[in-house]
Design a binder for this molecule. Sequence first.
Ligand code: SAM
Ligand code: SF4
Length: 332
Amino acid sequence: MAVPFADAFGRRVKYLRLSVTDRCDLRCRYCMSETMEFLPSKQLLSFEELDRIAGCFIACGVETIRVTGGEPLVRKEIVRLFRGLSRHLSSGGLRELTLTTNGTQLARHAEDLHALGVRRVNVSMDSLDPEKYATITRGGSLARVLEGIEAARRAGLAVKLNAVALKGFTETEIDDLIGFAHRGGMTLTLIETMPLGEIGSDRTDQFLPLTALRRQIEQRWTLVDLVERTGGPARYARVVETGGKIGFITPMTHNFCGDCNRVRVTASGVLHACLGQENAVDLRRILRGGGEDADLIDAIGSAVSGKPRGHDFQIGPGGRPSLRRHMSATGG
Ligand code: SAM
Ligand code: SF4
């Protein structure tokens, strides 16, 4: 293995979020505005380019790759990318190949993903009420997502659910989400909204601190904090009544950066060592300028060594985002 990627604070980078598209078949209100401009397809990395970048990260110690977007499963022939990357699972270079998806296309891909070595998927679903689901996603079909979750489980994939906490919305959804997740043996992870990108409305209207949501949860359920960590930003608690787990990701109310081991590459090949800062390195320029893998590894290594200690998310005046790029562009 080449020299492992590590930053100035001694954090080893072992986890890559690889975005394969900035496009999506939904328009979640906390993620996108109604009208979005997407990248021209020429600017997206090809599967061969994505594969080369992944190989460089794996050569320097990355053990987990999470494919994301936008919605990764709307990229045409996405299974081809997984097929290529799965060789690193067989060789032992990669411990885990996984994805985060909105679930709408999961039913038709679940078996292929499992056959290629994917064992877990995160599915984002903010409500179990079809109308509310359609409202929050601006037109999405809950039935398709539920079908996708069912197909994933049938195919042998472990499913985790993600829900973004939204003021005036999640308070009425949370008990159903906990019940549904835990009846199916799925962990439910709650995420505070981060001020990433223009969404066409005031972000302060949406923000629901997880401290407040947790207080509400505790009126009905008994939570016991767990010491276990999965290497990610979530802190977990067990719900005594169900035996299931709830994860809390709190970028806004508690900084979660102390042991951050991850970096992100956007669909156009921009490496962000931190989700919440502007520092970035253009890997596509190196790829398309005829650079060797050694050049990519050098560029990645220096971006990682400059990884900031932490993000500084704040919702700006008038509910403005603190960063202009959307979560869907960076790769959530
Ligand atoms: N489309 C896929 C999905 O929705 O799971 C993958 C990409 S999406 C950007 C990844 C995760 O980011 C989702 O769980 C979504 O809920 C979350 N997300 C999107 N915008 C966010 C924001 N502004 N703050 C916090 N989480 C956000
Ligand atoms: Fe699409 Fe995921 Fe963003 Fe929703 S959160 S708009 S599903 S990229």
